[in-house]
Design a protein around this ligand. Structure first.
Ligand SMILES: Cc1cc2nc3c(=O)[nH]c(=O)nc-3n(C[C@H](O)[C@H](O)[C@H](O)COP(=O)(O)OP(=O)(O)OC[C@H]3O[C@@H](n4cnc5c(N)ncnc54)[C@H](O)[C@@H]3O)c2cc1C
Length: 292
Protein backbone atom coordinates (compact mmCIF):
# COMPACT_ATOMS: atom_id res chain seq x y z
CA UNK A 1 0.00 0.00 0.00
CA UNK A 2 1.26 3.50 -0.79
CA UNK A 3 1.52 6.16 1.96
CA UNK A 4 -1.52 8.47 2.13
CA UNK A 5 -3.00 11.29 4.20
CA UNK A 6 -6.08 10.18 6.16
CA UNK A 7 -9.06 12.45 6.86
CA UNK A 8 -12.14 11.73 8.97
CA UNK A 9 -14.62 14.55 8.29
CA UNK A 10 -17.52 14.91 10.76
CA UNK A 11 -19.99 16.46 8.32
CA UNK A 12 -21.02 16.08 4.69
CA UNK A 13 -19.91 19.69 4.04
CA UNK A 14 -16.42 18.92 5.37
CA UNK A 15 -16.20 15.80 3.22
CA UNK A 16 -17.27 17.73 0.11
CA UNK A 17 -14.75 20.49 0.84
CA UNK A 18 -11.98 17.88 1.11
CA UNK A 19 -13.07 16.32 -2.18
CA UNK A 20 -13.06 19.72 -3.86
CA UNK A 21 -9.59 20.43 -2.46
CA UNK A 22 -7.95 17.10 -3.39
CA UNK A 23 -9.93 16.12 -6.52
CA UNK A 24 -8.45 13.18 -8.44
CA UNK A 25 -5.80 12.54 -5.77
CA UNK A 26 -8.43 11.60 -3.17
CA UNK A 27 -10.55 8.51 -2.60
CA UNK A 28 -13.62 8.20 -0.40
CA UNK A 29 -13.80 5.18 1.87
CA UNK A 30 -17.16 3.85 3.11
CA UNK A 31 -17.04 0.19 4.24
CA UNK A 32 -13.60 -0.22 2.69
CA UNK A 33 -14.36 -3.82 1.61
CA UNK A 34 -13.43 -3.13 -2.01
CA UNK A 35 -11.17 -0.11 -1.66
CA UNK A 36 -8.72 -1.62 0.83
CA UNK A 37 -8.23 -4.69 -1.40
CA UNK A 38 -7.61 -2.46 -4.42
CA UNK A 39 -5.14 -0.35 -2.43
CA UNK A 40 -3.29 -3.45 -1.23
CA UNK A 41 -3.07 -4.61 -4.83
CA UNK A 42 -1.91 -1.10 -5.83
CA UNK A 43 -4.73 -0.88 -8.36
CA UNK A 44 -5.55 2.46 -6.75
CA UNK A 45 -2.97 4.58 -4.94
CA UNK A 46 -4.71 7.66 -3.52
CA UNK A 47 -2.61 10.39 -1.92
CA UNK A 48 -5.57 11.24 0.31
CA UNK A 49 -8.11 8.93 1.88
CA UNK A 50 -11.37 10.46 3.11
CA UNK A 51 -13.17 8.13 5.49
CA UNK A 52 -16.96 8.53 5.66
CA UNK A 53 -17.43 6.62 8.91
CA UNK A 54 -17.99 9.68 11.11
CA UNK A 55 -20.67 11.26 8.91
CA UNK A 56 -24.15 11.24 10.45
CA UNK A 57 -27.52 11.15 8.69
CA UNK A 58 -26.48 9.16 5.63
CA UNK A 59 -27.35 5.71 6.97
CA UNK A 60 -31.12 6.08 7.24
CA UNK A 61 -33.94 4.58 5.21
CA UNK A 62 -37.17 6.54 4.78
CA UNK A 63 -40.29 6.65 2.65
CA UNK A 64 -41.16 9.83 0.73
CA UNK A 65 -43.23 10.66 -2.37
CA UNK A 66 -43.87 7.07 -3.37
CA UNK A 67 -40.22 6.10 -3.06
CA UNK A 68 -37.97 4.49 -0.50
CA UNK A 69 -34.75 6.40 0.01
CA UNK A 70 -31.68 4.54 1.26
CA UNK A 71 -28.79 6.57 2.64
CA UNK A 72 -25.42 5.83 1.05
CA UNK A 73 -23.83 4.77 4.33
CA UNK A 74 -26.48 2.19 5.21
CA UNK A 75 -24.84 -1.23 5.39
CA UNK A 76 -26.09 -4.18 3.37
CA UNK A 77 -26.98 -5.90 6.66
CA UNK A 78 -29.07 -2.94 7.81
CA UNK A 79 -30.80 -2.87 4.41
CA UNK A 80 -31.66 -6.56 4.45
CA UNK A 81 -33.19 -6.19 7.93
CA UNK A 82 -34.88 -2.77 7.60
CA UNK A 83 -38.63 -3.22 8.31
CA UNK A 84 -39.49 -0.49 5.76
CA UNK A 85 -37.58 -2.27 3.03
CA UNK A 86 -38.92 -5.68 3.98
CA UNK A 87 -42.47 -4.33 3.73
CA UNK A 88 -42.27 -1.96 0.76
CA UNK A 89 -39.47 -3.48 -1.34
CA UNK A 90 -38.93 -7.05 -0.13
CA UNK A 91 -37.07 -7.95 -3.35
CA UNK A 92 -34.41 -5.37 -2.48
CA UNK A 93 -34.03 -6.56 1.12
CA UNK A 94 -33.69 -10.12 -0.25
CA UNK A 95 -31.06 -8.98 -2.76
CA UNK A 96 -28.90 -7.41 -0.06
CA UNK A 97 -29.19 -10.69 1.86
CA UNK A 98 -27.76 -12.56 -1.15
CA UNK A 99 -24.47 -10.61 -0.98
CA UNK A 100 -21.37 -12.49 0.22
CA UNK A 101 -21.28 -13.27 3.97
CA UNK A 102 -22.64 -11.54 7.07
CA UNK A 103 -19.12 -10.26 7.81
CA UNK A 104 -19.04 -8.43 4.47
CA UNK A 105 -22.66 -7.30 4.69
CA UNK A 106 -22.05 -5.81 8.14
CA UNK A 107 -19.55 -3.39 6.61
CA UNK A 108 -20.24 -2.90 2.86
CA UNK A 109 -22.51 0.07 2.19
CA UNK A 110 -25.32 0.85 -0.24
CA UNK A 111 -23.36 3.75 -1.74
CA UNK A 112 -20.03 1.93 -1.86
CA UNK A 113 -21.64 -0.94 -3.79
CA UNK A 114 -22.91 1.46 -6.46
CA UNK A 115 -19.77 3.60 -6.70
CA UNK A 116 -17.54 0.50 -6.90
CA UNK A 117 -19.42 -0.53 -10.10
CA UNK A 118 -18.27 -4.13 -10.30
CA UNK A 119 -20.71 -5.68 -12.83
CA UNK A 120 -20.76 -8.90 -10.77
CA UNK A 121 -22.48 -7.26 -7.81
CA UNK A 122 -26.07 -8.08 -6.84
CA UNK A 123 -27.79 -4.89 -5.55
CA UNK A 124 -27.21 -2.81 -8.72
CA UNK A 125 -29.12 -5.39 -10.77
CA UNK A 126 -32.26 -5.23 -8.64
CA UNK A 127 -31.97 -1.45 -8.29
CA UNK A 128 -31.84 -1.18 -12.09
CA UNK A 129 -34.95 -3.34 -12.51
CA UNK A 130 -36.70 -1.16 -9.91
CA UNK A 131 -35.82 2.03 -11.83
CA UNK A 132 -33.78 3.55 -8.98
CA UNK A 133 -32.13 6.99 -9.09
CA UNK A 134 -28.83 7.95 -7.49
CA UNK A 135 -28.30 11.22 -5.61
CA UNK A 136 -24.91 12.89 -5.88
CA UNK A 137 -23.64 15.93 -3.98
CA UNK A 138 -20.64 18.19 -4.49
CA UNK A 139 -19.55 21.50 -3.00
CA UNK A 140 -21.22 23.12 -6.02
CA UNK A 141 -24.67 21.51 -5.58
CA UNK A 142 -26.45 18.21 -6.07
CA UNK A 143 -27.92 16.17 -8.92
CA UNK A 144 -29.90 13.00 -9.42
CA UNK A 145 -28.96 10.39 -12.03
CA UNK A 146 -31.15 7.46 -13.17
CA UNK A 147 -29.26 4.26 -12.41
CA UNK A 148 -29.83 3.42 -16.07
CA UNK A 149 -27.28 6.18 -16.94
CA UNK A 150 -24.98 5.71 -13.95
CA UNK A 151 -22.61 2.88 -14.94
CA UNK A 152 -20.32 3.50 -17.91
CA UNK A 153 -17.85 0.57 -17.94
CA UNK A 154 -16.15 -1.98 -15.67
CA UNK A 155 -15.66 -0.15 -12.34
CA UNK A 156 -16.59 3.17 -14.00
CA UNK A 157 -19.51 5.49 -13.29
CA UNK A 158 -20.58 9.06 -13.98
CA UNK A 159 -19.57 10.12 -10.42
CA UNK A 160 -17.08 13.01 -10.69
CA UNK A 161 -13.99 13.12 -8.44
CA UNK A 162 -15.56 15.97 -6.41
CA UNK A 163 -18.86 14.13 -5.84
CA UNK A 164 -20.22 12.09 -2.94
CA UNK A 165 -23.00 9.58 -3.52
CA UNK A 166 -25.49 10.44 -0.78
CA UNK A 167 -28.55 8.23 -1.40
CA UNK A 168 -30.47 6.00 -3.76
CA UNK A 169 -34.18 6.56 -4.36
CA UNK A 170 -36.32 3.58 -5.33
CA UNK A 171 -39.93 3.87 -6.55
CA UNK A 172 -42.38 1.66 -4.65
CA UNK A 173 -43.84 -0.75 -7.23
CA UNK A 174 -47.48 -0.27 -8.32
CA UNK A 175 -50.11 -2.77 -7.14
CA UNK A 176 -50.20 -6.15 -8.91
CA UNK A 177 -46.45 -6.09 -9.47
CA UNK A 178 -44.23 -9.10 -8.83
CA UNK A 179 -40.47 -8.53 -8.35
CA UNK A 180 -37.73 -11.11 -7.92
CA UNK A 181 -33.95 -11.41 -7.96
CA UNK A 182 -32.42 -14.76 -8.84
CA UNK A 183 -28.73 -15.39 -8.33
CA UNK A 184 -27.10 -18.32 -10.09
CA UNK A 185 -24.25 -19.58 -7.94
CA UNK A 186 -22.84 -22.89 -9.08
CA UNK A 187 -19.82 -22.72 -6.74
CA UNK A 188 -20.40 -21.52 -3.15
CA UNK A 189 -23.30 -19.65 -1.52
CA UNK A 190 -21.11 -16.62 -0.71
CA UNK A 191 -19.65 -16.23 -4.21
CA UNK A 192 -20.36 -13.51 -6.76
CA UNK A 193 -23.07 -14.53 -9.24
CA UNK A 194 -22.28 -16.40 -12.46
CA UNK A 195 -25.46 -14.69 -13.65
CA UNK A 196 -27.88 -12.51 -11.66
CA UNK A 197 -31.31 -11.54 -12.98
CA UNK A 198 -33.91 -9.18 -11.55
CA UNK A 199 -37.38 -8.96 -13.08
CA UNK A 200 -40.50 -6.96 -12.32
CA UNK A 201 -43.88 -7.77 -13.88
CA UNK A 202 -46.96 -5.56 -13.47
CA UNK A 203 -50.23 -7.23 -14.45
CA UNK A 204 -53.62 -5.96 -15.51
CA UNK A 205 -55.71 -7.78 -12.87
CA UNK A 206 -58.77 -7.90 -15.17
CA UNK A 207 -57.05 -9.69 -18.05
CA UNK A 208 -53.90 -11.20 -16.53
CA UNK A 209 -51.80 -9.60 -19.28
CA UNK A 210 -48.48 -7.91 -18.57
CA UNK A 211 -48.82 -4.12 -18.46
CA UNK A 212 -45.18 -3.45 -17.78
CA UNK A 213 -42.00 -5.39 -17.25
CA UNK A 214 -38.37 -4.58 -16.48
CA UNK A 215 -35.52 -7.06 -16.71
CA UNK A 216 -31.93 -6.44 -15.55
CA UNK A 217 -28.91 -8.73 -15.61
CA UNK A 218 -25.58 -8.81 -13.79
CA UNK A 219 -22.26 -10.58 -14.51
CA UNK A 220 -22.91 -10.71 -18.27
CA UNK A 221 -21.42 -7.40 -19.47
CA UNK A 222 -19.19 -4.53 -18.46
CA UNK A 223 -22.06 -2.98 -16.46
CA UNK A 224 -25.39 -4.25 -15.15
CA UNK A 225 -27.67 -4.45 -18.21
CA UNK A 226 -31.31 -3.81 -19.03
CA UNK A 227 -32.91 -6.19 -21.52
CA UNK A 228 -35.38 -3.95 -23.41
CA UNK A 229 -35.91 -6.39 -26.28
CA UNK A 230 -36.95 -9.12 -23.86
CA UNK A 231 -39.20 -6.66 -22.03
CA UNK A 232 -40.90 -5.78 -25.34
CA UNK A 233 -41.57 -9.47 -25.96
CA UNK A 234 -43.44 -9.71 -22.66
CA UNK A 235 -45.48 -6.46 -22.57
CA UNK A 236 -49.15 -6.90 -23.41
CA UNK A 237 -48.90 -10.71 -23.34
CA UNK A 238 -50.16 -13.55 -21.18
CA UNK A 239 -47.83 -15.97 -19.44
CA UNK A 240 -46.92 -19.06 -21.44
CA UNK A 241 -43.87 -21.33 -21.74
CA UNK A 242 -43.33 -20.10 -25.33
CA UNK A 243 -43.37 -16.46 -24.22
CA UNK A 244 -40.82 -17.15 -21.47
CA UNK A 245 -38.55 -18.98 -23.93
CA UNK A 246 -38.81 -16.11 -26.42
CA UNK A 247 -38.01 -13.52 -23.73
CA UNK A 248 -35.05 -15.58 -22.46
CA UNK A 249 -33.66 -15.87 -26.01
CA UNK A 250 -34.08 -12.11 -26.59
CA UNK A 251 -32.29 -11.27 -23.31
CA UNK A 252 -29.46 -13.66 -24.16
CA UNK A 253 -28.78 -11.71 -27.37
CA UNK A 254 -28.11 -8.57 -25.35
CA UNK A 255 -25.42 -10.06 -23.11
CA UNK A 256 -21.67 -9.77 -23.63
CA UNK A 257 -20.05 -11.81 -20.86
CA UNK A 258 -16.38 -12.63 -20.39
CA UNK A 259 -14.97 -16.07 -19.59
CA UNK A 260 -13.60 -16.35 -16.05
CA UNK A 261 -13.50 -18.73 -13.08
CA UNK A 262 -17.31 -18.57 -12.82
CA UNK A 263 -17.87 -19.94 -16.32
CA UNK A 264 -17.12 -19.48 -19.99
CA UNK A 265 -18.75 -16.61 -21.89
CA UNK A 266 -20.84 -19.16 -23.81
CA UNK A 267 -22.07 -20.82 -20.62
CA UNK A 268 -22.94 -17.49 -18.98
CA UNK A 269 -24.89 -16.41 -22.07
CA UNK A 270 -26.84 -19.67 -22.04
CA UNK A 271 -27.52 -19.32 -18.31
CA UNK A 272 -28.69 -15.73 -18.81
CA UNK A 273 -31.50 -17.08 -21.02
CA UNK A 274 -32.42 -19.75 -18.48
CA UNK A 275 -32.44 -17.36 -15.51
CA UNK A 276 -34.39 -14.64 -17.31
CA UNK A 277 -37.08 -17.28 -17.96
CA UNK A 278 -37.09 -18.33 -14.32
CA UNK A 279 -37.08 -14.80 -12.94
CA UNK A 280 -39.92 -13.72 -15.23
CA UNK A 281 -42.02 -16.73 -14.33
CA UNK A 282 -41.51 -16.17 -10.59
CA UNK A 283 -42.29 -12.45 -10.86
CA UNK A 284 -45.39 -13.23 -12.92
CA UNK A 285 -46.65 -15.82 -10.43
CA UNK A 286 -46.12 -13.33 -7.62
CA UNK A 287 -48.13 -10.69 -9.52
CA UNK A 288 -50.89 -13.22 -10.27
CA UNK A 289 -51.09 -14.13 -6.58
CA UNK A 290 -51.37 -10.42 -5.71
CA UNK A 291 -54.20 -9.90 -8.20
CA UNK A 292 -56.31 -12.96 -7.30
C1 LIG B 1 -14.87 -11.37 -0.35
C2 LIG B 1 -15.95 -10.44 -0.87
C3 LIG B 1 -17.06 -10.99 -1.49
C4 LIG B 1 -18.07 -10.16 -1.98
N1 LIG B 1 -19.16 -10.74 -2.62
C5 LIG B 1 -20.11 -9.93 -3.13
C6 LIG B 1 -21.24 -10.48 -3.82
O1 LIG B 1 -21.40 -11.69 -3.96
N2 LIG B 1 -22.18 -9.62 -4.30
C7 LIG B 1 -22.08 -8.26 -4.15
O2 LIG B 1 -22.97 -7.54 -4.60
N3 LIG B 1 -21.04 -7.72 -3.47
C8 LIG B 1 -20.08 -8.52 -2.96
N4 LIG B 1 -19.03 -7.96 -2.26
C9 LIG B 1 -19.06 -6.52 -1.95
C10 LIG B 1 -18.62 -5.62 -3.08
O3 LIG B 1 -17.76 -6.24 -3.97
C11 LIG B 1 -17.93 -4.36 -2.55
O4 LIG B 1 -16.79 -4.73 -1.79
C12 LIG B 1 -18.82 -3.50 -1.68
O5 LIG B 1 -20.10 -3.36 -2.19
C13 LIG B 1 -18.20 -2.09 -1.55
O6 LIG B 1 -18.87 -1.37 -0.53
P1 LIG B 1 -18.03 -0.52 0.53
O7 LIG B 1 -19.01 0.30 1.30
O8 LIG B 1 -17.13 -1.40 1.32
O9 LIG B 1 -17.18 0.41 -0.46
P2 LIG B 1 -15.65 0.90 -0.34
O10 LIG B 1 -14.73 -0.26 -0.44
O11 LIG B 1 -15.50 1.80 0.82
O12 LIG B 1 -15.57 1.79 -1.67
C14 LIG B 1 -15.68 1.21 -2.96
C15 LIG B 1 -15.53 2.34 -4.00
O13 LIG B 1 -16.63 3.23 -3.92
C16 LIG B 1 -16.21 4.57 -3.60
N5 LIG B 1 -17.21 5.08 -2.64
C17 LIG B 1 -17.62 4.49 -1.50
N6 LIG B 1 -18.62 5.19 -0.95
C18 LIG B 1 -18.86 6.24 -1.77
C19 LIG B 1 -19.80 7.30 -1.75
N7 LIG B 1 -20.72 7.42 -0.77
N8 LIG B 1 -19.77 8.22 -2.73
C20 LIG B 1 -18.86 8.10 -3.77
N9 LIG B 1 -17.95 7.11 -3.83
C21 LIG B 1 -17.95 6.18 -2.86
C22 LIG B 1 -14.81 4.42 -3.02
O14 LIG B 1 -14.03 5.57 -3.22
C23 LIG B 1 -14.29 3.22 -3.80
O15 LIG B 1 -13.85 3.64 -5.07
C24 LIG B 1 -17.98 -8.76 -1.81
C25 LIG B 1 -16.85 -8.21 -1.18
C26 LIG B 1 -15.85 -9.02 -0.72
C27 LIG B 1 -14.65 -8.40 -0.04
Amino acid sequence: MNPFAYHTPETQEEALALLQQHGDDAKLMAGGTALVIMMKQRLVMPETLISLHRLRGLAEVREADGTVQLGALMTHRAAENAPLLRTRLPVLADTYRRVATVRIRNVATVGGALAHADPNQDPPVTLLALDARVQLASAGGSREVPLENFFTDYYETVVRPDELLTAVRVPIPAPYTGSVYVKFLPRTADDYATVGVAATVRLDPATGTCQDCRIALGSVGSTPLRAPQAEAVVRGQRLSPELLREAGAAAQQQTDPISDTRGSAEYKRAMAGVFVRRALEQAWQQALAASS
